[in-house]
Write a new protein. Structure first.
Length: 439
């Protein structure tokens, strides 16, 4: 690591210590102009990897700073406060394989936005700085590697105004080796997975325009909504779900083969037809999706199922009493929890990830589910969300209550990222992020 790189990293760390609270909670380029979306994911790091980081990457290999004396009341279960170490990021980290990715926000001394990759223990592996005007990232896994896809653009208000050229590049999450790219994309990473879309240049909008989906193996475009009849819905680790001519089609973009079509799936009980529609992503596990089926008789609520993205297999049929279904999956235990987007019905149901068997159901829950991580379902029990509850995800029993923040992200091994008061990290104000292991 060069002296300049050391100075740059040290300077950014010192600047972070002084940064105001509002900046510390922001995520990626959303902190700059609130346009880009950051998409999370997980995988397992491969054994065979390149050893040379890309020229634009700074290799760090900096051990994490242990945190001592953190008040256990500020730490969500099951994290052991004695294992906490500072994550060198300003934004909410996302799990990628056996580590995390987050961003260091621009400062007066360094106007770039910097992506930082860490190990499960918080060790800083490598970083890359990019134009802060509008950047985002995505995580993926292909051919034995955990991959981060970083975006950069040439935004210059004097030269190209609000129409910058955006490029995506795929990197090995551990080594920083550039695996492919840069390739042109029409805009931010809007997800799920490697889905990129146009974003208006002057106002924030939910309308992303025409989207494209990339293969994590080589960055090639595998679906483009500029093609007639194509709607890009969902991508995860090389499995792509699109609507083509009104029919759902899943495809393996790495092996270049079709996985399944909507008319091949078995409709659930209560469905009135054989043609499902894409409903939503399953939070916490991009390898599962929510599909919606028209009800028998043509009236009433649609039947919603959780399906495996690669096989199309139905993993669970959600209760009919849930309006605006929402599903969460635990990246550690695999348990699936279904609830409502509106948190209004008080219906929560949990399912075994292998058999689809209903594990438990609460028809009058007094808490609204927020996060499912590490075998625990975290919820808020009061209108302002100050009263927190942690349930055993597989049993539905209350394990702990408190006022701690919800956990942020977790690796499959159980390493969990949490948000702490700035004072826990030696800061006068704001918040910081740390990683710890279960008790």
């Amino acid at each position: 690591m060069t002296g300049n790189a050391v100075d740059k990293t040290t300077g950014k760390r010192q600047a972070r210590q002084a940064r105001r609270a509002a900046a510390l909670g922001a995520a990626g380029c959303a902190a700059a102009i609130a346009l880009a979306a950051c998409v999370g994911g997980s995988g397992t790091a491969g054994e065979d990897r390149g050893t040379r980081a890309a020229d634009e990457v700074t290799v760090l290999d900096e051990p994490a700073e242990p945190l001592h004396g953190v008040d256990g009341r500020d730490v969500p279960p099951p994290v052991d406060p004695g294992t906490l170490a500072l994550l060198p990021v300003d934004s909410r980290p996302t799990a990628v394989g056996d580590g995390f990715i987050g961003t260091v926000l621009p400062t007066a001394e360094d106007p770039d936005l910097t992506f930082v990759l860490t190990g499960a223990d918080g060790t800083a592996r490598w970083s890359r700085s990019v134009n802060p005007s509008c950047t985002s990232f995505a995580v993926s896994h292909a051919e034995g590697r955990d991959i981060v896809v970083l975006l950069d653009n040439d935004f210059d208000p004097l030269r190209n105004g609000a129409d910058p050229a955006t490029e995506a590049s795929g990197y090995d999450a551990v080594t920083g080796e550039r695996l492919w790219g840069p390739v042109d994309v029409p805009g931010a990473a809007i997800g799920p997975g490697l889905v990129f879309g146009d974003m208006p240049g002057t106002v924030v909008s939910d309308d992303g325009g025409a989207k494209v989906a990339l293969s994590p193996a080589d960055g090639s475009v595998r679906a483009d909504e500029n093609d007639d009849g194509v709607v890009v819905h969902h991508e995860h680790d090389g499995a792509l779900l699109v609507e083509d001519g009104g029919e759902l089609r899943a495809r393996d973009t790495v092996a270049d083969r079709e996985l399944w079509t909507g008319d091949e799936l078995s409709p659930p009980a209560g469905a009135g037809g054989r043609v499902p529609a894409y409903a939503a992503a399953v939070e916490g596990d991009g390898g599962r999706v929510l599909l919606s089926w028209a009800p028998a008789g043509g009236s009433g609520r649609p039947v919603t199922t959780v399906n495996d993205l690669r096989t199309g297999a139905t993993l669970a049929v959600l209760p009919g009493g849930i309006a605006e279904p929402r599903a969460l999956a635990d990246p550690v235990s695999g348990v699936i929890v279904a609830t409502s987007v509106a948190d209004g019905g008080g219906v929560i149901a949990a399912y075994d990830p292998e058999s689809g068997r209903e594990l438990w159901r609460a028809d009058g829950a007094d808490h609204a589910p927020r996060v499912l991580l590490g075998g625990r379902l975290f919820g808020a029990r009061s209108d302002d969300g100050a009263d927190r509850v942690a349930l055993a995800a597989a049993e539905g029993t209350v394990e702990e209550r408190g006022a701690w923040p919800f956990p942020v992200a977790a690796t499959a091994s159980g390493a969990t990222a949490v948000e702490l008061p700035g004072t826990a990290c030696g800061r006068a104000e704001g918040t910081c992020f740390a990683v710890g292991t279960p008790r």
